[in-house]
Design a protein around this ligand. Sequence first.
Ligand code: ADP
Ligand code: MG
Length: 381
Amino acid sequence: MSAPRIGVIGGGQLARMMQPAAVNLGIELSVLVQSPNESAAQVIPNVMLGSHHEWSDVAKFASQCDVLTFDHEHVPLDFLVKLQESGIAVRPGPHALKFAQDKLEMRKKLSSIDIPCPTWQEIQSESDLQSFAQYVGYPLVLKTAKGGYDGKGVWVVDSELEAKNVFSEILTLGGKVLAEQLVSFTRELSAQVARSPHGQCVAYPIVQSTQTNGICHEVISPCPDLAEDRAIYAQEIALRIAKELDVVGMLAVELFDTGSEILVNELAMRPHNSGHWSMDGALTSQFENHLRAILDWPLGSPANTSKVTVMVNLLGKDVGNLHSAFRHVMARDPELKIHLYGKEIKPGRKIGHVNVSGDNIEDLLARAWHAADYITGVIDE
Ligand SMILES: Nc1ncnc2c1ncn2[C@@H]1O[C@H](COP(=O)(O)OP(=O)(O)O)[C@@H](O)[C@H]1O
Ligand SMILES: [Mg+2]
């Protein structure tokens, strides 16, 4: 039997990192990208140029695939419904993906199935805003329901004036507005599970994830100092969401740990930055399990292969040639694993990550941060 043809919509680093897993499994990926320079287009031979906003491009791309999956959540849902009706396996399906595309839909759904969330409300008018602010107090959080990423589309507002300005800014852009209490979390966690169409699930260890200006920057797996019952509780939240929303593929559930509660921040239905550690620290990476899941193949073990793995993202600074740093960091730390995304360096942009595994968290953090800072030119020794 010939291998199923998998199409990935979107050419970012997540699609790129599916390719090594596909190579190992002997399956071919195709990718729909807007430009031939995109991260995934550099490594996946079957590239179609086109826009995920254009029905004709998406339909033509999908007609060459048996299974369709995603690097991002920005494909219009009505396209995906039409493709599904024409017999293409869309994984995750539009009925699930809508909860990752739209934070208001996500809050409504999770609240309806009693998953713990921050206090939230849809804001349709200034009086909605006033009553919500009276209830939770300032500062509070305003979000665009759709299209945000890496903290773009999230505002912490301190006063009524600021809130009104952000509210009208989002409305002007044509978006719906979600308001949330500002959660005073002690840290952020992430729960990742893979789920296949016939319902098999595996849960990765709960990780601690730290964001800088809304961008994921550091991940520790497994999460340090998390009691076993709370870790299992967090895994169960993710498993329940995967089942109730009928997610297929990888699901990431971003969580707030307040010390006493674990609340859901948001969902991603694809491989996620908080799972990059698994490329070097788990028996099966999130990219391999995403492919296995969307093909309805048995899932691989998500277990850690070391006591601890630390991941630090490489965020672009002003350095031109990342590879010139390799000689130094590789010689200094032969256990370090470096992943670059082939992306043009722009300040603050995710251009790669490093992983390092071992026993001692402090030592691993120091080594991963040294390498990340040296490669991005923050330090020079
Ligand atoms: N209700 C909240 N309370 C406190 N911090 C929040 C809240 N919502 C978001 N944040 C902070 O902003 C970051 C980005 O928000 P998120 O909704 O995950 O947006 P994005 O889609 O850009 O990842 C979160 O990781 C968290 O650090
Ligand atoms: Mg997020």
